[in-house]
Design a protein around this ligand. Structure first.
Ligand code: KMH
Ligand code: ZN
Length: 308
């Protein structure tokens, strides 16, 4: 089996600053956290931007530029830039940065869905910023928009700039959407599919959910037609990682998706989550991929081809 690519998702747009003191949202902290995750063994870092004044999700190209060039100066790691942003952003805002920065990778969300973040409201807490509870409450009306028009637009962008998409499938219908894109000649195998599990609005984090998605992808694309990874939002992250490792898949961890090291214990850094994944990989007899391995396995264009 190939070495395991560990992706670290650094900050995202799910966790708000007040749910954990360890979420990096200031620009320098995001850079430091990504470099720390790379040093701990991540070969890809998945990057969102945050408003440096209040930690709210941002699509600001200036902030993205600072983050990505700051990481590039200090680590050879692959950067996978989000095109998901937050469900509160327009698709234009979310995807404009692919054109500007031509990254080696970007996320590519395979379909529209509900994207509920209201669970974080259940716990009584003092909010650092007034936008936080409003954002979480508003998520009950979020439709994370990824229409076929949006998918076709993004297919054009990734093809034009040689960007390898991290194809994010949150449910089985998203795999059928991908099969449509392949049939239409808009997406070319081999693909890299990220099974994104545990988002309220998508599939759950039971082992049967993962096996079901994996089997469906085999049926639709053939086992050789894609590489795959598991990203589980919430504590499912480390229940599902071993299954992926055992089955020849790759793993995504990180505070973007899960703020806990284990039940009830907050992770104190992305590096700590990566270290836990590294231990699982080595305990199960596989190697951890280097950034060079990841570039080879995924057929990336190389860090010298980016525009940041
Ligand atoms: N945080 C994941 C559940 C994206 O950035 O394009 C969703 C995500 C989407 O990572
Ligand atoms: Zn993301």
């Amino acid at each position: 089996m190939e070495p395991v690519i560990i992706t670290a998702a650094i900050t995202g747009a799910i966790a708000v600053p007040s749910v954990t003191p360890y979420l990096p949202w200031k620009t320098e902290d995001i850079i430091d956290s990504a470099v720390g995750a790379a040093e701990a063994g991540a070969s890809i870092v998945h990057i969102h931007a945050r408003n440096p004044m209040d930690g709210s999700p941002s699509a600001d190209p200036e902030v993205f530029g600072q983050i990505m060039s700051g990481i590039k100066e200090r680590a050879y790691v692959v950067i996978c830039m989000t095109t998901g942003g937050s469900p509160a952003m327009t698709v234009q805002e979310r995807t404009a940065n692919v054109t500007r920065f031509e990254p080696e990778m970007c996320s590519f969300n395979l379909g529209s869905m509900n994207f509920g973040l209201q669970q974080a409201l259940k716990k009584e807490r003092k909010w650092q910023f007034e936008w936080e509870p409003k954002y979480l409450e508003a998520s009950k009306d979020f439709v994370f928009k990824n229409t076929f028009h949006d998918l076709e637009h993004l297919c054009g962008l990734v093809r034009k700039y040689g960007v390898k998409p991290e194809l994010e499938a949150y449910d089985v219908g998203h795999l059928y959407n991908l099969a449509y894109l392949v049939r239409e000649g808009l997406m070319t195998p081999p693909m890299h599919i990220q099974f994104v599990m545990g988002v309220l609005g998508g599939i759950g984090t039971m082992p049967e959910d993962l096996i079901f998605l994996k089997r469906k992808a085999d049926t639709l694309f053939g086992a050789e037609g894609y590489t795959w990874s598991v990203c589980a939002a919430s504590s499912g992250q480390f229940n599902l990682a071993p299954i992926s490792i055992q089955m020849g898949g790759h793993v995504r961890v990180g505070l973007e998706d899960n703020i806990y090291l284990r039940k009830g214990v907050l992770a104190e850094s992305n590096a700590q989550l990566v270290e836990k994944a590294v231990a699982m990989v080595t305990d199960m007899g596989r190697q951890v991929a280097t950034p060079a391995d990841a570039r080879r396995i995924l057929g990336l264009k190389g860090i010298d081809q980016v525009k940041y």
